[in-house]
Structures are given as C-alpha cells and as structure tokens.
Design a protein around this ligand. Sequence first.
Ligand SMILES: [Zn+2]
Length: 300
Amino acid sequence: MKKYPRPKFGWERTQQPESERTRQNRPIPSELKITQIYQKEPVNETCWAYMKLLRESNKTKKVYPVDPYVEVYQFRDNLYGLLEESPMGMGDVWMYLTIGPEKALLVDSGFGAGNIKEAVGKITDLPVMLVNTHADKDHIGCNKLFDVSYMHPSEFDRYHQTIGTEFMTAPLLDGDIIDIGDRQFEIIPIPGHSPGSIALLDADNKILIGGDSVQNGMVFMFGPDRDINTYIKSINKLTELRRYFETVYASHGSFSVDADIIYILLRGAEHIRDGAAKGIKAPYGISAKLYELNGVKFLY
Ligand SMILES: [Zn+2]
C-alpha cells in the first residue's frame, strides 16, 4: 500500500488492541482491518441487523487488498457504496462512487485508515472527482490523496483547520451541476449539521446523497458549527424537493433510506427545538442528549 501522511485526528492516540468486550459490542463479524477503540458501553446501532443482512446476502461485496479497511458494494449500475468501519466503534461511514462514461464521482473519502483512491482505482480507470458532503473528519480522511476536493465554501475554513492549508479546495455552490456524462447531480446546500453541508440530487434516477443530515444513524447536532434552526430550514427545503427523489444514500446508518425519512427528521428536529422532545443521556461520554423519534436519532 502506498504510504502517505495520515491526517492526525486524535483517535490514533487512544487506539488499543481489540478486546473481547469490544468484539461483543460490535456483533456483526467483519473482515475489515481496523482496530477499534474500547467502548465502555455496548454499541447499539440500529443498522446492525441491516449490516448482517448486507454482509451475508449481498454478493457484490469486495474488499481490495490495496485498502483492507473498506468494503465495496455495487448497489446499482455504476453506483457503488464503500463502507469504512469507524475506529470509534460507532458511526461507520458510507462513501459513494458513481461512474459515468468519461469520469467518476466519489462522494466523501472516509476516516482515512487506508487508501480509498487505490480502492476506487480497482473499480474504474476514469478520472475521479472528489466531492465532500461536508468537512467532518469521517468524510475527508483520504482527501490528501486527491489533487483537489470540491465542497461548499462554507466548509473551507473548518476543512483547512482539520487537514492543513496546503490542500486545494474548489467551490460547489447552490444549483451547480456535476455532469458525469450520463447523469447529473445538482448541488443542494443543506446547512445545519455543518455550515456548508450539501446534498447531491440526481433527479433523473430519483436519488439523493444526503451526507450526515439525512440518515437514520445519529445526526450530530451538538457542538460548534451545528445549528438546529438552520437544519430545520434545510430539511424543509428538501420536503419541497421530495418529488425528485425516492431513495436517500446516507453517510451513516442503514442503506438505503426511503425519501420520506425527511418528514420524520423534520418533525424530530422541530420537537427538539421546541423543547417538546425528551432526551436521555448520550452514549460514549458525549456531552449532549440523545433523542430518538420514530426511528431517527439526534445528538443535541
Ligand atoms: Zn459523518
């Protein structure tokens, strides 16, 4: 595997050998090479049952030796989901690769444990454009391997603070179209989870790639840069676009998610904003509250 400077995100320091307890906390057997941090509390993700089914029944699964940290699934013609397990034991992240006749589009680059660029190179020889749904650490881990990373300019500062200023970015703005030859993705800004979060809408194929904002894993809405009122406005905007997508390809949780999840997310976020929802202590020592509403979860 090609060596390159790995981004220093902090969790490397706390990694410990996998313990029996950690294995119990992640009940779905995995072949992926990752050392998970010891979790005091069992990880109780809604997606375990889904992951078990996926791993046992999806015949397209591949793990390439060039990146033994990522499982690759083919979900549609020329559309792949790449799953990287979280070194934190929660929040396993999905990336998506879609391939057109002349170029390919990779959405996000994971935690960066391996070399996603080389894994993608096993799937396609075409030039690959990297787009980030936002600049949280679990989405930009392999960005350093690419010449330029496309994202909304409102993410530039937090991106460069995390990864360093020497890595080139290019802006994606509201309504921009990424054309990969046989399909087009429209950029829809959906700030709230982060200032420059975006979704990618392929209206012809009725697909929305929604990043962390539209998913049935935990939507992180606590801490700096997150804003629940802005998030509500963004999800509201997606309800107006609802007729253009049926399937959501999310960054966390189960894959894929029915488009109607946006109504549940909207209602949930409004309940939290209005103080009508009752949260419980968040897991993993996170200083926030966990809210569960009809199958969606927020940390706020
Ligand atoms: Zn994420």
